[in-house]
Design a protein around this ligand. Structure first.
Ligand code: NDP
Length: 253
């Protein structure tokens, strides 16, 4: 099958998956972390699960870049750099820094994420480095690139900072849950998810691409219902949980 055809099929697949994931997560709690439970098959240590399932996101897009490097521009390098910055953090820094007793991560969920990262890396890489019309360096001055890159960067900062706040609620070896109250945690229960949604929305705007849009839709579809579940968990678990705090979008939801 020609790469263009594979690209198109996978693009549609990811779009459909976004709808399925969004609908399912209103009925099923993603079974890891505080929501881990039996009935989801064998589990692997969470640290290894994160590294294994996120690694294709680093690899696939980098391979596509190398394959089509002849036509690469400085702009392609910037997009590759933005993508890899996020995924190097997610694949290595985040799991290696994690704290808390490892409850295990369902291998099935890690497998789904692994496949998703292959699909998503493929469609974004193929579009940017092979299929898109060549874009000149003047794109750096286009408001879409500037706004998108700023959103991406601010989302990444919120995301990494919020992960840090959560991590430092526990001393090494501790496993319990506390109410986070620093940074954007003062406004929402899941600012780490909010940061990630902002990041990939920024990516979609900066790349002005269909795969970017589909990825940002998928991220939102995946994280909004998870944040809703986390929020309900906090409210049920802590009587003193701040009532004004929203689930994921400050002041709104
Ligand atoms: P969570 O917010 O559920 O947990 C993140 C970490 O913080 C875990 O180690 C968790 O421990 C710990 N933690 C969370 N809340 C507390 C608390 N109240 N007190 C003490 N420790 C706490 O995030 P996820 O595990 O779902 O996701 C991790 C990262 O991956 C996030 O940054 C998220 O944005 C990203 N992600 C991205 C997705 C996407 O579609 N792009 C999908 C899923 C995640 P424990 O494991 O013990 O609960």
């Amino acid at each position: 099958m020609v790469p263009e055809k594979i690209y198109f099929i996978l693009l549609i697949t990811e779009f459909i998956l976004a709808g399925i994931v969004f609908a399912s997560l209103f009925f099923i709690r993603a079974p890891y972390g505080r929501h881990v439970r039996s009935g989801w098959g064998p589990r692997i240590p969470a640290r290894y699960a994160w590294i294994a399932m996120e690694f294709p996101a680093i690899l696939v897009i980098a391979l596509i870049f190398v394959i089509y490097r002849e036509t690469a521009s400085i702009l392609s390098l910037v997009f590759l750099g933005m993508w890899e910055l996020h995924y190097l953090y997610r694949t290595f820094a985040y799991p290696l820094l994690m704290r808390g007793g490892d409850k295990g991560f369902p291998a099935l969920i890690a497998f789904f994420a692994f496949i998703f990262n292959i699909i998503n890396g493929y469609i974004n890489g193929m579009y940017l480095f092979k299929l898109a019309d060549p874009v000149s360096a003047s794109w750096f001055y286009d408001p879409r690139f500037i706004i998108g890159a700023l959103l991406f960067l601010s989302g990444l900062i919120i995301h990494v900072h919020s992960d840090h706040v959560l991590r430092t609620l526990r001393k090494p070896g501790e496993t319990d849950y506390r109410i986070p109250d620093r940074g954007l945690h003062r406004y929402v229960s899941s600012p780490n998810y909010f940061g990630e949604i902002v990041e990939w929305t920024g990516w979609a705007v900066a790349t002005w691409s269909l795969p970017g849009l589909v990825f940002s839709l998928f991220t939102t579809a995946n994280l909004l219902p998870r944040a809703r579940t986390h929020h309900a968990w906090y409210v049920a678990e802590f009587r003193e949980y701040p009532p004004e705090r929203k689930a994921v979008i400050p002041f709104i939801y």
